[in-house]
Design a binder for this molecule. Sequence first.
Ligand code: PGA
Ligand code: ZN
Length: 428
Amino acid sequence: MTSSAVASVKARRVWDSRGRPTVEVEVTLASGASGRAIAPAGASTGSGEAIDLRDGGPRFGGLDVTHAVAHVAREIAPALEGRDAAAQAVVDAALVALDGTANKARLGGNAIVATSMAVLHAAAAHAGLPLWRHLAGDRPVRIPVPEIQIFGGGAHAARRVDIQDFMVICPTAGSFAEALDRTAEVYRCAGMLLKERGLLQGVADEGGFWPAFDSNEEALDMLVRAIERAGFTPGDEVSISLDVAASEFGRGGLYRLARDGRELDTGGMIDLLGGWLSRYPIVSIEDPLAEDDAEGFRAFTTAHGARAQVIGDDFLVTSASRVADAAARRDCTAVLVKPNQAGTVTETLAALSAGKAAGFGTIVSARSGETEDVTIVHLAVGWDAGQFKVGSITRGERTAKWNEMLRIEETLGARARYAGPDALAYAR
Ligand code: PGA
Ligand code: ZN
C-alpha cells in the first residue's frame, strides 16, 4: 500500500447556513495525512443536477441526511480504502460506478461530493501543499474576480423580487482585496439607503439585503444609487452582475414576473433584459432564460452577448457535455461550476475545462446553503477560473471564503495577479 492510500473514510451529519443537515466526510491516508469537506446545498437547483439524498419523513422537514451518511460508512468507505488518494480521477470514477445512477441519486450527491472533495484535501495534505497550489502545480494562477451580492431575491428571499441575485463586480480593481473594499462600501451604502426609505427588512439566504422593492427595476435603481453614494462611478469602478435564475419563474417559453405583474414570452424577456442592459451598467448576466429555453439563450447571446457576459448555471449544471454543446451552438459565453451540481471534483473540472476550451468565462460558485468549508476558494485559484461567486459580503459561511481568498492573495505577494476585466467573456 502506498503511503497516499486511503486508510479510512468517515462521515458525520453537520449543519448548513439555513439550519439544515448536511454531510461532512473525513478521509485519512496511510501516511496519516487527512482531509475534510462538507457538501453545500442549493435552493434554485437545475433539473440536471446531482441529487442530494434526503431522508424524507417529518424530521427537519424531510431534509435529514442519515441515509447519505450511512452510505459513506457502509458502501463508500470499503470501496475507497486502499485506493491512491493522489489519483483523484480514479477515485471519482469509482464513486460514480459504485452509485450506478445517472444523477447520483442512490448513494446521494451530497455523500459523494463531500467524499470526493475530502479525498482531494487529503491528497494535498499528503503532498504538504495548500490545496490551490497542489491543484495548480507549477502553472501560474490568477486571483479571481469576485461577484458579490448586495440584494437577494428569488428563491432566496421568498420571491420578494423575481431576480435572484443583484450583485456588484469590480474587474477594474487593482486586486481582490480592493474589490472587496469597494464592495463593502457599496453594501454599507445600500443598507443606509434602504433604512432611509424604510425598506430594510433583514438579509436573504446569501447575506444580501432582503429588499421590499415593488419592482425589479427599483432594485437596479437602488443598486446604482448605492454605488454612487459609496463614491464610485457605476460601470467604471463598480459594475453590476445579475443572476436572473429564470428557471424559477419561466417554463415552456413563458415567464411570470410576479413583482412586475407581467407575463412575458421568450422575446419579451429578452427585450426586458436588453432594456436593463442599456439603462444600467450590467456587465454579466446569469441564466437570463430558463434551463429549457436553449433557443432563448442563443437569441439573447446573439442580441446582447457583446455587451454582457452570458452565464449558464441551471442551464449547464456543471456538465462538460452540456458546456460543449452550448459552446458549439453559441448559447452563452460563460459557465458557472458548482462541485455539487456535478457530484465529483473530476466532473467539475471537466466542465470548467470544457468551458475554457471553448473560450468561455469560467466562474467557480458556492451554493445558497453553505458552511465554513472553503474548498471552492482553492478550486477557483488552483484551476485558474478567473471568476468567483459566493453570495454577499456578510454571514460567516460567505466571509469564510472571501477571507481565505485574501490569505491566498497575501501568500502570493507580488506574484499575485488579479484576473481583472479579461476574465469576463463576451460574444464576438
Ligand atoms: P442556489 O443558488 O445555490 O440556490 O442554486 C445559487 C445560484 O443560482 O447561482
Ligand atoms: Zn444561478
